[in-house]
Design a protein around this ligand. Structure first.
Ligand SMILES: *Cc1c(COP(=O)(O)O)cnc(C)c1O
Length: 355
């Protein structure tokens, strides 16, 4: 079509997991939390004065940033909020990487949005394959000639998590080389070794988190970054080139209430973690290869059926999981940990299918 730019003709966008409406599935495909958000979220929504929506929200989400800073043990000026952590990650590309310049380095199997953002912003990439056991090849990453790194920890879709000391050693070596590390901790609350405390000693570390997974708030769209004020102010400059008010007023109020209810988040994360271990051991006994996961999902495969066959059979049985028709990934499924009864249904269907 003649009216479109080369960019819109040529870009290959990210494909999100299905959100089907035609029937109800046991939905284990997009890593949503199976539990509702904190009861305080409902209270905030009930008490919310719609009259205030006449006004624009606070452009820099100040109240929310203060609440996040208190919860994370940092200062508000070390926090940046965006409309989902996807937006924060998107803004990080132009903030820290030059168009056509030294590449952004990340793994071949990791959050696939990094590749899309890099291509959209004209940032070169240096892709490093995972090792045989699906862990990051950190020494190959350090040896790459690049401007910085995207380190998804725990990694998606494998679920494998790096301990904080490993991340610290990596960040420290990256700093010696003058490189930034963007740690995407979308799933960190299911593992519990966040690199946020390291941001006080390492000005080359930006930690990105989201309300979508551990806070059960995927529907409201909020994510944030924690880091040195030099990094944070670059994100603010990028934001103000796109959208001065990315975090709406309802979202700011809801997320501030959620981040203050640490006990509730820990309680639901513990339920998910307990189920994760139970489902993993059941999958192992069915013959699946399942790396140890620090996230709210399991990466399972290498059985007699391909990922696609399993995915389709499960879908017919009303259970939705994530499948990618790509090298390596095609032998696996990514399965979100649900409630105990959802997980029981999954395991029962899998047993039938494999039999
Ligand atoms: C879910 C996810 C995000 C983004 O979440 P938002 O809903 O945009 O906050 C970022 N990184 C990874 C690895 C994710 O899985």
């Amino acid at each position: 079509m003649q009216y479109l730019s080369r960019r819109s003709l040529n870009i290959a966008p990210y494909t999100a997991g299905e959100q089907p409406k035609e029937r109800t599935y046991i939905k284990l495909n997009t890593n949503e939390n199976p539990y509702p958000p904190s009861p305080r979220v409902q209270e905030v929504l009930r008490a919310f004065d719609a009259g205030t929506l006449r006004l624009y929200p606070r452009p820099d989400a100040d109240g929310l940033r203060e609440a996040i800073a208190r919860a994370e043990g940092v200062k508000p000026q070390n926090v940046f909020c965006g409309n989902g952590s996807d937006e924060v990650l998107a803004l990080s590309f132009p903030a820290f990487f030059d168009e056509g310049g030294l590449p952004a380095c990340f793994a071949n199997l990791t959050y696939s949005f990094y590749e899309v953002f890099a291509s959209f912003f004209g940032v070169n990439t240096h892709i490093v394959p995972l090792l045989e056991d699906f862990s990051f090849d950190l020494s190959a990453m350090l040896a790459a000639d690049c401007k910085g790194y995207y380190l998804c920890n725990p990694n998606a879709p494998t679920g494998i998590a790096l301990p904080r000391e490993t991340v610290e050693a990596f960040v420290s070596k990256a700093r010696e080389k003058g490189r930034i590390v963007i740690a995407d901790e979308a799933y960190m609350d299911f593992f519990g070794e966040s690199a946020v405390p390291l941001t006080k000693s390492y000005d080359n570390l930006l930690v990105v988190k989201t309300f979508s997974k551990s806070y059960s708030l995927a529907g409201i769209r909020c994510g944030y970054a924690v880091g040195d004020t030099g990094l944070i102010s670059a994100l603010f400059r990028m934001k103000d080139c796109f959208n001065s008010y990315p975090v709406d007023a309802v979202c700011q109020a809801v997320c501030a209430a959620a981040v203050e209810d640490k006990d509730y988040r820990e309680k639901t994360c513990t339920l998910v973690k307990t189920e994760r271990e139970r489902v993993r051991s059941e999958l192992l006994s069915l013959g699946f290869t399942v790396p140890k996961s620090g996230a709210n999902f399991l990466f399972a495969g290498r059985v007699i059926l391909s990922g696609e066959e399993l995915y389709s059979a499960l879908k017919r049985e009303g259970v939705l999981v994530r499948f990618w028709n790509k090298p390596i990934l095609k032998d696996f499924l990514r399965i979100t940990v649900g409630t105990p009864s959802e997980n029981d249904a999954l395991l029962e269907k899998l047993k039938e299918i494999l039999r």
